[in-house]
Design a protein around this ligand. Structure first.
Ligand SMILES: *Cc1c(COP(=O)(O)O)cnc(C)c1O
Length: 377
């Protein structure tokens, strides 16, 4: 699946080693209701589906850097889960410094602890703003000559395709695990920056026989509005309980359009997109728990709702939605809805009772730039 994108940069044997190491945890699929399956992507070390991308990228970087003494700065903006996955994936990797920008007060407390409690080569920066502000600042660094003169910077956001190319595997896993011969498969992807669904559409393009994809979003609905109206017009970011998807202007959507030669009608044959509010999200967490005893997290809940919406008009499909985060990461929201404590998985037992670690606080690009120019690792 991925070798064709790597060419001869990494020999096949080494690439296999990197992939084996990246995927060394489970990817279970659970039946929730008739024709609806939850594909759980949260069994990695930071309990986020982004672990796969972050681990793959960290290992590639370590591979390319194996004989060099050069230092890299990995810069990443997070709406919640990228930070933890990247921090974990790159923790103590030699000659790599990781700087994580996150919007102050807009990520869950567990997510914040995952980012701020490691120390070593991981530096958290709290930004007075929203995720889109963090992402804009990160993008500015790459075109800032003064910074690029002294630091070798790279991104661990999904603007870097090394982060989401390995996410193509998910779609192949779904196809293999569902193993349905007679019904077409539809996959619903809770979407924020649209990297994950871009990987799905690329998997289809290279031959995976899953044709139908649903980009399920929260109230940050630039893409569903675009598919309806043909006009792409992001408005300002809205804060929701599925905070990892609070993205108003998703970076990867231009790539998706490019995959379809910017032909909206062609795109609409493969891609559906629906948006849901916090009330609908909460109601689905409650009702799925009552009906199936299955605990959704707010992001997976949006994926589930996308399938239900699609099934109103199409009933011959088998559907899977991606459960992109462990519900414990949003226990403040979820436990209130299901009236039950969520057991703490082993990956978090150390962190859950700690306090948030130290951070640097900034409000604008100049402050970030001054920090980077003043830092000599
Ligand atoms: C990042 C994230 C998403 C959105 O993924 P994109 O690739 O940015 O669309 C969904 N759910 C969770 C839990 C996430 O962390």
């Amino acid at each position: 699946v991925i070798y064709q994108f790597i060419g001869n940069c990494i020999p096949k044997k080494d690439l296999m080693g990197i992939i084996e190491d990246t995927l060394n945890f489970d990817f279970p699929i659970n039946k929730i209701e008739k024709n609806i399956f939850s594909f759980e992507l949260f069994h990695g070390p930071s309990l986020a589906f982004k672990d796969v991308g972050a681990r793959f990228m960290a290992r590639c970087l370590a591979y390319f850097n194996r004989n060099s003494k050069e230092k890299f700065t990995v810069l990443v903006a997070t709406s919640g889960d990228t930070g933890g996955a990247v921090a974990n994936g790159f923790y103590k990797i030699k000659n790599v410094n990781v700087i994580i920008l996150y919007p102050k007060g807009k990520i869950s407390s567990i997510q914040e602890k995952q980012i701020t409690n490691l120390g070593e080569n991981i530096t958290p920066i709290e930004v007075n703003g929203v995720f889109d502000d963090c992402q804009r600042m990160v993008k500015n660094v790459f075109i800032d000559d003064e910074i690029n003169k002294i630091h070798k910077v790279t991104s661990a956001n999904s603007i870097n395709i090394a982060r989401w190319l390995p996410q193509m595997f998910y779609y192949f896993f779904i196809y293999k695990k569902l193993n349905y011969k007679n019904s077409p498969i539809v996959v619903s992807v809770p979407s924020g920056n649209f990297g994950n669904i871009c990987a799905g559409l690329l998997a289809n393009k290279i031959g995976l026989p899953i044709d139908t994809y649903i980009a399920s979003t929260n109230l940050n609905d630039s893409v569903p509005r675009f598919l309806n109206s043909g006009i792409y017009k992001p408005i300002s970011t809205i804060k929701t309980i599925s905070n990892a998807m609070d993205v108003a202007d998703p970076s990867n959507f231009v790539r998706i359009q490019k995959l379809y030669n910017n032909d909206l009608n062609k795109l609409k044959m493969n891609l559906f997109s629906y948006s849901f509010n916090d009330y609908e999200t909460k109601e689905s967490i409650k009702s799925v728990y009552i009906k199936s005893k299955y605990i959704l997290d707010p992001h997976g809940a949006i994926g589930y709702l996308g399938l239900k919406e699609f099934f109103k008009r199409n009933n011959n499909f088998i559907g899977a939605f991606m459960e992109t985060a462990h519900p414990i990461k949003f226990h403040e929201t979820v436990e209130k809805l299901i009236h039950k404590k969520i057991p703490v998985p082993s990956q978090l037992s150390d962190i859950i009772n700690t306090k948030k670690g130290d951070t640097i606080n900034i409000s604008n690009y100049d402050e970030l730039k001054n920090y980077l120019l003043g830092t000599n690792y």
